[in-house]
Design a binder for this molecule. Structure first.
Ligand code: GDP
Ligand code: MG
Length: 369
């Protein structure tokens, strides 16, 4: 029996086993075995001939557009960036990943138009899963939905889960420290519903014989396994609804309802028209916020503040991070900094390298001669 058949068989058994306390341990082992076999399969397929779809990450952050064919991903990419992505009246126009660069609030945001599994499978061209796996490197996923096909959201979520992308989840707080003896010891800072034996079984299936395990949250079997596997990516997401130029205002309530059914708050979803170029600024703002980017304006000796090309950093970045991004002599000769703006108590506050910067700070670096 091939790996793929084995996987199918286990998936079937999981689907057919009702979940309760008496089957929990069994399901735990099945899921654990499944994770292991899927990883093996993944390693096999990526070993042969590379992916061919890798896109080099450039700019301050990378955003992946994920959606079904014909929802308007390529149109959106073109509207947001300088890229010329092929668009068409018919489905399956995009067979490779198209990158483009979007400039917003001084940041260069790389945008990838990612065709999904559906395209690859439907056309037989390319391996959809491999194309979709480009998403794994993104800092943010933007789900693109057509205003008439909100239900596609469910399937997109499933596909991402399938390639080990965990959308809008924090990494599980599970730490494992292997030891040389004494078996598996579990400590937990939360009450667990899972039996200790189930947890131990899962760990043993993952190859641990002796280990200290700490659970910093209440985990179910899936979260526990995620916490033990290294090939999971945890990526935030936002959603946008495209082609709103095609509906009349009455229909909006219907769309809102469909979004709510899927746990999406309509107020947090951006309604756009890629074609009519509507809602694009709002979408860029949302991308910026979800990426957690901040701008820091450099006050350069003798030249004043550069308001045009800010240094773009992640929320929570320190002076040290800023200096390290600037590199070169800034890193070698840094003494201290003067900060004005949101993070400063007063103008030109003198701070050290551990000071945390905020959006729209003005930063002056004092260097050694
Ligand atoms: N009316 C309308 N049509 C759109 C909009 N965005 C895209 N389209 C059309 O939808 C079709 C598919 O668009 P495309 O960008 O190729 O979709 P993709 O397959 O997701 O990349 C094309 O005919 C586009 O012109 C929009 O906002 N409004
Ligand atoms: Mg396309």
């Amino acid at each position: 029996m091939g790996l793929e058949e084995e996987i199918e068989e286990i998936e079937e058994e999981i689907a057919n086993t009702p979940y309760n306390k008496s089957t929990e341990a069994h399901i735990g082992r099945l899921k654990s075995k499944l994770a292991e076999k899927k990883e093996k399969l993944e390693n096999q397929s990526s070993a042969g001939g590379g992916t061919g779809y890798s896109v080099e990450k450039t700019g301050d952050a990378t955003v992946a557009l994920v959606g079904f064919p014909s929802v308007g991903k390529s149109s959106l990419l073109n509207a947001l960036t300088n890229a010329e992505s092929e668009t068409g009246e018919y489905e399956f126009t995009t067979l490779d990943v198209n990158p483009g660069m979007c400039k917003h609030r001084g940041a260069n945001i790389q945008i990838l138009d990612v065709p999904g599994l559906i395209e690859g499978a439907a056309t037989g061209k390319g391996d959809g899963k491999q194309v979709l796996s480009v998403v794994r490197n993104a800092d943010l996923i933007v789900f693109v939905l057509s205003v008439f096909e909100i239900e596609q959201y469910d399937r997109l979520q499933e596909e991402l889960y399938d390639i080990n992308v965990r959308v809008d989840q924090e990494p599980p707080r599970v730490t494992v420290r292997p030891k040389h003896k004494d078996g598996i010891k579990i400590t937990s800072s939360a009450d667990q519903d899972l039996d200790e034996e189930t947890i131990k079984d899962v760990l043993r299936d993952q190859g641990y014989v002796n280990a200290d395990v700490n659970l910093g949250e209440k985990v179910d079997i899936d979260r526990l396994i995620d916490g033990l596997m290294e090939n999971r990516e945890y990526i935030p997401s936002i959603a946008c609804v495209n082609k709103v130029d095609l509906i009349n205002p009455d229909y909006k309530a219907e769309v809102d309802e469909q979004l709510r059914e899927r746990g999406l708050d309509p107020r947090e979803v951006t309604f756009i028209s890629a074609e009519a170029e509507k809602g694009l600024e709002a979408l860029k703002d949302r991308m910026w916020e979800s990426l957690g980017l901040i701008r820091v304006y450099m006050d350069k000796p003798g030249r004043g503040v550069d308001w045009e090309e800010p240094l773009v950093l992640r929320e929570g970045s320190t002076i040290e991070d800023a200096v390290s991004k600037l590199g070169g002599e800034f890193e070698e000769r840094f003494r201290f900094a003067r900060v004005s703006g949101p993070s400063a108590t007063h103008d030109e506050q003198q701070v050290g390298d551990q000071h945390v910067l905020e959006d729209e700070d003005v930063l002056k670096l004092i260097l050694r001669r």
